[in-house]
Design a protein around this ligand. Structure first.
Ligand code: HPA
Length: 274
């Protein structure tokens, strides 16, 4: 992935949306895919129409970029992400987020489904990511650095700044959706963790375990964007849950939590874009 490929994708977004800049980008995780489709004035662009964009292979969900403008401030909604466990190279995993930052998005909201490993978490909880732990040894910045994107050795002391979490807590209060906070550990997947791995993650300080978000957060921060991470606990992590994990359980909890998650985003996004 070169700077020119990203610049071409960003130019295509500007052309197709007719909006020269966007303020905030939101990546939708499991169960939230159609969130933007019904928003007033939504402009939908299939990923396949955007040069360089990876097209998710999940059946029936090729990936769509939406441009919406609640209260007049343009927001990009990225519906459909690709994961490292699917075999995508990391430059493709972070391509859409990098394009969004080039389109002007100074705030990137990353949502995901995660297993709950920390004390006091339950399925259905919405948790703001306070920090992350990268357990994969993979990093999207490996390789030559293009200084137009960011520095060779970017600081990661405040990937998920406290003021954005405060704004999310306030939006949660307005929407009647309480939010917790926790540390997210990135596992490669696609197998779920073993109970011993979950215990390891807990001892390292993790509350959430999942298979996404961290590469996108690193790439966004590399480019100077500020990140808000929101995990939906779809299940208690392996060994904490009394029953085996299943993708069906994950999807079902995501469906059940959908209206709370979208109420939170409805209350939050216009404020972030202000
Ligand atoms: N582990 C990893 N990823 C996940 C989980 C989990 O328990 N639940 C949803 N995504």
């Amino acid at each position: 992935m070169s700077y020119d490929e990203l610049a071409a994708a960003a130019a295509a977004v500007r052309d197709r949306t007719g909006r020269p800049t966007h303020a905030v980008a939101v990546v939708l995780g499991s169960g939230l895919g159609d969130y933007a489709a019904t928003m007033p004035g939504a402009i939908a662009i299939p990923y396949a129409d955007l040069p360089g964009f990876p097209v998710p292979r999940v059946e029936g969900h090729g990936g769509t970029l939406y441009s919406v403008a609640p209260q007049g401030r343009p927001i990009l909604v990225l519906s459909g992400r690709v994961h490292t466990y699917e075999g995508w190279p990391l430059d493709k995993v972070v391509f859409a987020v990098r394009t969004a930052v080039l389109c002007g998005c100074g705030i990137v909201v990353l949502t995901n489904a995660a297993g709950g490993a920390g004390d006091g978490l339950a399925a259905g909880d919405l948790v703001l990511i306070r920090d992350h732990i990268n357990l994969t040894t993979r990093n999207p910045l490996v390789g030559a650095n293009d200084a137009r994107l960011g520095p060779r050795f970017p600081d990661m002391s405040a990937v998920y700044p406290a003021d954005l979490r405060q704004m999310a807590h306030r939006a949660g209060e307005r929407a009647g959706v309480p939010l917790k906070e926790g540390v997210y550990a990135w596992f490669l997947g696609p197998s779920y963790e073993t109970p011993a791995e979950v215990q390891m993650a807990r001892r390292l300080g993790a509350d959430l375990v999942g298979m996404s978000t961290v590469p996108e957060a690193i790439a966004a921060r590399h480019m100077g964007a500020r990140v808000l991470g929101i995990s939906l606990v779809t299940n208690l992590a392996a060994g904490i849950s009394p029953v085996p994990l299943s993708h069906e359980e994950v999807q079902q909890t995501a469906q059940e939590a959908r209206s709370r998650f979208t109420a939170l985003l409805d209350a939050l996004l216009p404020k972030l874009a202000d």
